[in-house]
Structure formats: C-alpha cells, structure tokens
Write a protein that binds this ligand. Structure first.
Ligand code: BG6
Length: 489
C-alpha cells in the first residue's frame, strides 16, 4: 500500500486549457492505471462552484477515446469522485491556506506529493506561486509547479519571471511545458537519429542541404486576440515550439538520455545559433477572403483585435547554426494562422548526388532528384523518405516515390495526447521534456533583437488571404538561401 497521496491542483480550473487538455489528460492517465492509488485533483479558481458543479463541468470534456472499453463509464465516475473544487483569489495566502487544509483532509495523513498546474495568465504566475509555496506546499513530500508559456515577451522579461519564480521555488520544482515536446513524433526524433545507423551519419552539412520546420493552421485567431495580439506568431509558435524541435533535431549526441545531458546539448546548440536579423524574416497577417460562398474575416476584424494591429499571424525565418556540423545550412521556419491547411512537419532536404548517372532523367531540375525526409508531426503522423526509383517496365523512367511509415497503419492504437506524456513525466519527476531556465534564456537570445527591431520600426506585415498559402515573401526568403519550400512543391 502506497504511503503517499498525489494531488494535482489545477489553478485556473474553469479556463479553456484546463477543460480541453488538462482534465482529459488526467482522466486518460487514470484510465490507463498510470496514477497512484491515492490520487486526487483539485480545481482552483475565483468563481464560486461546488465540487459537484466542477465534476459536471469536467465530465463534459472527458472522453472514453482510448479503446471504448466497457467499463469506461465506471472509470469516469471513479475519477470524478476524486475531483474537488476550491474557490479563491489568485493572490490570497488566506485562500491558499484553506486549500491546504482541504488538501490535508483528503491526503489522509499520508505523505503529500503536490503538483500545481498554472493554467492562468502569466501576470499572476508569481502571485500564485508565492501563495502556493508559502501556504500550500508539502512539508515532507514534494511540491512541483507546472507553468506554460508565455514565459515573458523577451530576454529581459523572461529573466525577470525566472528570477521571481526562483524566490519561491528551486529550478528542480519548476516544470516549464512546451507541449510540442510531448508530441509523439517530436519525442521520436532522438530515436530516429540515434538508433538508426542510416540516419545519424548523414545528419550534417555534408549531406543535408536545408531543414524546414513548418507549422500551419487553417483557422484564424477566433476570439483569442486578447492574448495573441500581444505576442504574435513569432512568440506564439517559433520561439518555442519550432525552436525546440530544431534544438532536438540539431543537437550533438548527448552523453546519455538523462534529462541534464539532453538539456545541456540543447542549450549548446541554441547558443550556437545566430540571433535573427530583420533580413532573415518575413512577416504576414491574414486579410478577409471569400471562398465557396463563405466570408472568412481578416485578423483585424476579430472583435478581440485592435483595428490597427500589425501583429504578425504568419512568419517565415532563416536561421543558422554556427558550429562545425551545421555551418552554412539554412534552417527555415514557417508558421502561420489562417492558411490553407493544418499541419506541423519537419522537412530535411538532402544534397544532390555527386556525378548523378541518371542526371538526364531529371531534365535540368536536379532539385527534383534530391532525397527528402519528412517527419509529419501532425495530423496523420508519418515519417517518409522520398527516393528515386525506376518505374517498372522496359524503358528507363525514374519516379520519386516514398518509403512511408504511416503511423495509423503501423500502430493502430491511438496516440496519447502530448499533455498525457508531459503530466505523467512531471508526476514522475522526469525533466527531459521540460525547458530549463538556461534553455529558455538561449531561446530568447535568438529572437529578442529581431522582435525589438520589428516593433520599434513598426514593420507592416505582408497581407495574405485567409485560407491561402501565406505571403509571397516567404518564397523570396527561401530562394535567397537557395531553398524551395518542400510543402509547396
Ligand atoms: C499553442 C499556441 O501553444 O499551440 C496556439 O498558443 C496554437 O496558438 C497551439 O494553436 C497549437 O497546438 P496544437 O497541439 O493544436 O498543434
């Protein structure tokens, strides 16, 4: 019998993230028997609500998605019985002391292991952390806090946030989430590279011509302008999600799979990257567009966005890593809202085959003959390698075909949501997929000078129609570095 009670307090329990991601992920873990015997959930927020009302609210977003086992309904009921609610102000030590009392009641005298998930705006992170650490932390077990971006808006504000959090918590207690690190194909990057002989030897400037990190969504901002307009796509997606993928992709082999060894390598590669310059970036913003009889409104038409906003909803950037492995290889990033499709992928374009015997089969365009490795993070997860192959028959026609690992076909079981992986890791104290403060600082170092320049010079974004492939400028940027976007060819 276990001697401890694990509690998860979701601060900001009635918010969107909590409802859509956190509670469902906790239920999935519970359903899969990944949580300890003594496990409870507390919702904490300002609104008044009873335990029963919280349960009702949560139950609407829980699904039995895993594999429709018959006892799912029972499991759900069992899970809900472990959920409680406490109403309080975010900066009130008194309210957190009351929470502490209720936690103690439910912990039944066992050693408390307390996890707090801050699903709240960043301007109240520090208040909550102060109250939780002073009044509701565990005396003889552990206390951990999960925070999610935005971690500041630039190097200085991020460092200030770190400094404030560290008044109350040690670095070991802070779990900074980047939910892209919990995605199956991002986690698999290291397996792909380091456990396959055929990839790692090619993983350098000797064979790789360019790498592309692409994120697109086919919907606009839809009421999230209050947050988004203050940050923009570069801070929302590039500085964190895409840069994290890049760091895992490009880092040197770590000494071991230990969290500190991996994070040391990520910091090193991030610190080898040149800070972005204004010539290395194209910014865009979507404008209204009619399609199929429906009108899709512009970014600035969203009621939560100021009419004169020049916040980018699209950006393309060329980044470089100044080290021996990657010298001169462009890493192109592209991220945008309200584009023609929803997708996240990594594209690796290899060099031309020297003295290609089949050159004439490709006409004048040898780019068409290069190998390309595509790692599709979502949707429809896949890894495929474009190779040249002879079309069967008497002639000699070549064809580019795919060696295709389609996850749906190979692994029929549904892939867990990124939050399931990350919450489980935080519970188990596994820090590999969380961002260390020096990593965060290095990541901001790459983007901060550029973000300041964009804002000081009030650079106007290039407008692109809602549902299109984004601004033409992105092609020019790629062409300048002798690259073609793989997702458009
Ligand atoms: C979030 C961004 O971090 O990631 C959102 O703030 C974005 O703007 C979201 O929509 C995308 O996440 P996912 O997992 O749906 O690809």
């Amino acid at each position: 019998k276990s001697e401890s009670t694990l509690s998860m307090t979701v601060v900001g329990a009635s918010g969107d993230l909590a409802k859509k991601k956190i509670f469902p992920a906790l239920f999935a873990l519970f359903y899969e028997d990944c949580l300890p015997e003594h496990f409870i959930v507390f919702g904490y927020a300002r609104s008044k609500m009873t335990d029963e009302e919280l349960r009702n609210m949560i139950s609407k977003t829980l699904t039995c998605r895993i594999d429709k086992r018959e006892n799912c309904g029972d499991k759900m009921e069992e899970f809900l019985q472990r959920c409680f609610y406490h109403s309080g102000q975010y900066g009130s030590e008194e309210n957190f002391s009351e929470l502490d009392k209720r936690l103690k009641e439910k912990e039944g005298g066992r050693i408390p292991k307390r996890l707090f998930y801050l699903s709240i705006p960043p301007n109240i992170f520090v208040d909550v952390v102060r109250c939780a650490s002073r009044c509701a932390s565990s005396a003889d077990g552990w206390t951990r806090v999960i925070v999610e971006k935005p971690f500041g808006r630039d190097t200085e504000s991020s460092a200030e946030l770190t400094r404030c959090l560290k008044q109350y918590l040690t670095e070991d207690q802070i779990f900074r989430i980047d939910h892209y690190l919990g995605k199956e194909l991002v986690e698999n990057l290291s397996v792909l590279r380091f456990s396959n002989l055929v990839f790692e030897p090619l993983w350098s400037r000797n064979y790789i011509r360019n790498v592309q990190l692409i994120f697109s969504e086919d919907f606009g901002i839809e009421g999230r302008g209050g947050y988004f307009d203050h940050y923009g796509i570069i801070r929302d997606i590039m500085q964190n999600h895409l840069l994290q993928i890049l760091a895992l992709f490009a880092m040197e082999p770590p000494v071991s799979l230990d969290a500190e060894d991996i994070r040391n390598e990520k910091v090193k590669v991030l610190r080898s990257m040149r800070p972005l310059k204004i010539d290395d970036i194209v910014v865009g913003q979507y404008k209204g567009h009619s399609k199929g009889g429906k009108f899709y409104p512009a970014y600035i038409d969203d009621p939560t966005v100021p009419k004169d906003s020049i916040t980018p909803t699209f950006a393309a950037a060329a980044l470089f890593i100044d080290n021996a492995r990657w010298d001169g290889v462009p890493f192109l990033m592209k991220a945008g809202k309200a584009l023609h499709t929803t997708r996240a992928e990594i594209r690796v374009q290899f060099r031309h085959v020297p003295g290609n015997l089949y050159k004439r089969n490709f006409g004048t365009d040898l780019d068409k003959a290069t190998n390309e490795l595509v790692i599709r993070v979502q949707p429809n997860e896949a890894i495929y390698l474009k190779i040249n192959n002879k079309v069967p028959g008497l002639g000699m026609r070549l064809d580019r075909s795919d060696l295709n690992l389609l996850y749906k076909a190979r692994y029929p079981r549904e892939i867990p949501d990124a939050y399931e992986r990350l919450l489980l890791d935080a519970i188990e104290g596994e820090r590999r997929l969380f961002i260390r403060s020096d990593e965060l600082d290095a990541a901001w170092g790459i983007f901060t000078p550029l973000l300041k320049e964009l804002e000081e010079k009030k650079i106007s974004p290039e407008l692109y129609p809602y549902g299109s492939r984004g601004p033409v400028g992105a092609h020019y940027l790629a062409a300048k570095h002798n690259v073609r976007w793989g997702d458009l060819s």
